[in-house]
Write a protein that binds this ligand. Structure first.
Ligand SMILES: *Cc1c(COP(=O)(O)O)cnc(C)c1O
Length: 232
């Protein structure tokens, strides 16, 4: 894969700005930078930009569609990054996730958990998972409701080939930071309740709201446009 020098320079610059903002938000909330994993969200962007971002030092990437992941995988040297699947998943594509993803952030039903568990078992691996919770309550969003989350968390933690890492959410975009802050806080409280089951990671925060997410305890921020530019 040829990596254009221009791409590397542009991505390196934006990555550095995002990195500074993450460091600042960690500092602001008395957290260590090591507690937060930056996932570069590359959906709709070509594999050449992923290669440029790897060149610039990014190690974690997020895709939301299995088909898109499959088309990019052969173009990126194996082992040069980690892949996070962050989008809603249909059970008929669970096998590819079990085979190729390093972690899955959008677990939203018991049936999907069981299907992923079965495929992970047949690959002889344990797949790290986040249960997606719809804390904003918008009906356009995937994820289990707050009320049903506990049940799915318990079911997931009982499956031998899934490792329950924590919870994931998408906050509702709002001009008022206090609105999404409240949603991130809800996710954080919910995770605390299930910490005894290993539910300690928080995948929350995107380009428009990641600083607040970090202040509220995010361990994984999923950032696309702030690094790669606007999507078409
Ligand atoms: C696209 C996407 C992101 C990143 O969004 P940006 O606003 O570009 O940072 C994060 N999480 C999920 C689930 C996404 O689909």
């Amino acid at each position: 894969m040829s990596v254009s020098a221009g791409h590397v320079v542009a991505i390196r610059a934006r990555l550095q700005q995002v990195e500074e903002r993450i460091t600042q938000a960690c500092h602001q909330s008395g957290r260590s930078r090591d507690e937060v994993t930056l996932i570069g969200v590359t959906k709709t962007f070509p594999a050449s930009l992923i290669a440029a971002a790897i060149e610039a030092g990014l190690e974690d990437f997020g895709e939301n569609k299995v088909q898109e992941l499959m088309s990019k995988l052969p173009k990126i040297p194996k082992g040069s990054c980690r892949w996070h699947m962050i989008g809603h998943l249909q059970r008929n594509k669970a096998r590819q996730v079990a085979l190729y993803a390093d972690s899955f952030h959008a677990l939203d039903s018991r049936r999907l958990a069981e299907t992923l568990n079965r495929h992970a078992a047949s690959c002889g691996r344990v797949l790290p998972c986040f249960v997606q919770v719809n804390v904003s309550g918008e009906d356009t969003k995937f994820g289990v409701g707050e009320g049903e989350a506990g049940e799915l968390i318990e079911q997931t933690s009982a499956l031998a080939n899934l490792e329950l890492k924590g919870l994931m959410t998408l906050a509702a975009p709002s001009p008022e930071p206090e609105v999404f802050r409240g949603q991130f806080r809800k996710l954080s409280r919910l995770a605390e309740k299930y910490a005894h089951l290993g539910c300690t990671a928080l995948s929350m925060g995107m380009s428009g709201d990641f600083e607040v997410a970090i202040e509220e305890g995010a361990t994984h921020v999923r950032i696309g446009s702030a690094i790669f530019g606007p999507r078409q």
